[in-house]
Write a protein that binds this ligand. Structure first.
Ligand code: ZN
Length: 116
C-alpha cells in the first residue's frame, strides 16, 4: 500500500483545462479516463507502476493506473517542460508548466487532459 501512496504523490491532485475565453476549469485526476467508464472513486483506482524519461526539453512521467471498476488499465502521461515560453500579452509567469495526457494500456493517446 505504501508504494501506491507514493505513486499518488506523483500525480497532481488537480489539472487545469483551458476553456478558450472563459479561463481555466479545474479537473480532478482521481478518475478513470477510459471510454465507457465513469469511475471517479479514488478507492477504485490503483496506480501500480511509474516510468520516467528525461531529455533536454522535458521530463516525462508515465503513471500506470488500474481501474477496478472497468478492470482496465490506463496511463497518465505527465510532461514537465523545462523551458516555458512566456506569453506575449501578459507579464505574469506562464501558468503552463506541465501537460497531462491520458493513454490507454497500449500507450495509445486517448487525449490531452489539461495542464498542471
Ligand atoms: Zn475505468
Amino acid at each position: 500500500m505504501s508504494e501506491n501512496d507514493d505513486l499518488w504523490r506523483e500525480i497532481p491532485g488537480t489539472a487545469y483545462v483551458s476553456l478558450a475565453r472563459r479561463g481555466m476549469e479545474k479537473l480532478s485526476l482521481d478518475q478513470c479516463f477510459l471510454n465507457n467508464c465513469d469511475n471517479e472513486d479514488i478507492n477504485l483506482l490503483e496506480p501500480f507502476k511509474k516510468e520516467e524519461f528525461e531529455d533536454e526539453k522535458k521530463l516525462t512521467k508515465l503513471i500506470h493506473i488500474k481501474c477496478h471498476k472497468c478492470e482496465r488499465t490506463f496511463i497518465l502521461k505527465l510532461e514537465t517542460l523545462k523551458a516555458v515560453a512566456k506569453s506575449n500579452d501578459s507579464d505574469d509567469q506562464a501558468l503552463t508548466m506541465g501537460l497531462i495526457y491520458a493513454l490507454d494500456e497500449k500507450g495509445k493517446n486517448i487525449g490531452h487532459i489539461g495542464f498542471f
